[in-house]
Design a protein around this ligand. Structure first.
Ligand SMILES: Nc1ncnc2c1ncn2[C@@H]1O[C@H](COP(=O)(O)OP(=O)(O)OP(=O)(O)O)[C@@H](O)[C@H]1O
Ligand SMILES: [Mg+2]
Length: 327
């Protein structure tokens, strides 16, 4: 659905995007993550032909961009940061104008299309109010409604939940999952790893313009080689485990009965085989209330691929400040 080769954008001495090879497949919900200033918006702009690449190739829906933009763009729904709208016109009027300006789309069904898009993003009640009275979150929803209007095959969304409250984020997540279930491929950028972890099945990680990781989310959530066991028979468990070859009990003091509602204390054991531990514990009369292999979070994978994230954000901001000074 999207394929780039060596995609690069330089602004003077700043490498905003640097040799990026994106591979977004049909049916993906692809999360494009990266710190502020890492190049997400610049990449999205290039995909849509809004900014020219310094070098590299782009294919969207199998066609070269930006050369084939007139046949590609009608099949793509897009939202880019701070979506523009006429402030004195209502949300409904803005969408109507946009629909009229685009190719295809019968005039007879225009009102229905606009109404459905407003409904989908939860703006049906305020569609007739002027956009200048909209909150940040409402403007963001209007931008999303614009992206949805022609039932696109591919959605390219730059920080779609920017400015939304937790309830709004949940609504948009459900909306996107619904569209995905109907066959829409979704590419979205975000700096919220927890959000991407809940929504996406494939992830690309951008670090200062470079794609440092691209894989299935499940592949990034690899087992850590540790097993979490909760048991009401703590002492007995430690005795049993101390006799197991290759097993190291790392901790086992925290009593989380109150917190989790599951009886017992949690043990963290370094061992490659959860099934073996489970069998040994149960065979030796230890009651196991919970047992799970510990997995890396997306955050841990991203930190491992990018190093110290705080430093990276600082250096990106320094880079940004420098370009503003020289501009
Ligand atoms: N028009 C421009 N002129 C000069 N530099 C630019 C321009 N647009 C972006 N940049 C620089 O390119 C880099 C990447 O910016 P970009 O907006 O793509 O990052 P981002 O990942 O979208 O960040 P954020 O999470 O803050 O939205 C930054 O260093 C930025 O300062
Ligand atoms: Mg951005």
């Amino acid at each position: 659905m999207i394929r780039t080769t060596g995609l690069t954008k330089r602004y003077g001495s700043v490498h905003a995007v640097d040799g990026v090879d994106l591979d977004v497949r049909a049916g993906d919900i692809y999360g494009f993550v990266g710190a502020n200033g890492s190049g997400k918006t610049t990449t999205v702009r290039m995909l849509l032909g809004l900014v020219l690449a310094t070098s590299g190739q782009i294919q969207v829906l199998g066609e070269d961009m930006p050369r084939r933009r007139t046949s590609v763009l009608p099949r793509v729904g897009a939202l880019i940061e701070n979506p523009a709208a006429y402030p004195n016109l209502s949300g409904r009027r803005n969408l109507t104008l946009l629909d009229a300006a685009g190719p295809g789309g019968s005039r007879r069904t225009r009102n229905t299309r606009v109404g459905e898009a407003l409904e989908q993003v939860g703006l049906a009640g305020v569609g007739r109010r002027p956009v200048k009275q909209y909150s940040l979150g409402m403007r963001q929803r209007l931008g999303l409604a614009a992206a949805l209007m022609r039932t696109p095959e591919l959605l390219i969304l730059d920080e779609p939940t920017n400015g939304l409250d937790p309830q709004g984020i949940l609504e948009i997540r459900e909306l996107l999952l619904g569209l995905h279930a109907q066959g829409t491929t979704i590419f979205l950028s975000s700096h919220l790893l927890a959000e991407v972890e809940q929504l996406c099945d494939r992830v690309g990680v951008l670090d200062r313009g470079r794609l440092v990781l691209q894989d299935q989310l499940s592949a990034m959530q690899q087992p850590t080689g540790r097993v979490l066991v909760r048991t009401p028979d703590h002492d007995r468990a430690v005795t049993v485990l101390s006799g197991v070859e290759d097993a190291t009990v790392l901790s086992g003091v925290e009593d989380s009965t109150v917190l989790s509602g599951v009886e017992g204390q949690q043990l963290v054991i370094e061992h490659p085989d959860p099934a073996l531990l489970n069998r040994l514990l149960v065979e030796n009369g230890v009651r196991v209330s919970e047992l799970s292999p510990q997995r890396m979070s997306l955050e841990q994978s991203v930190l491992a691929a990018t190093g110290n994230s705080a430093d990276r954000i600082d250096s990106a901001e320094v880079g940004q400040a420098r370009t503003e000074v020289t501009a």
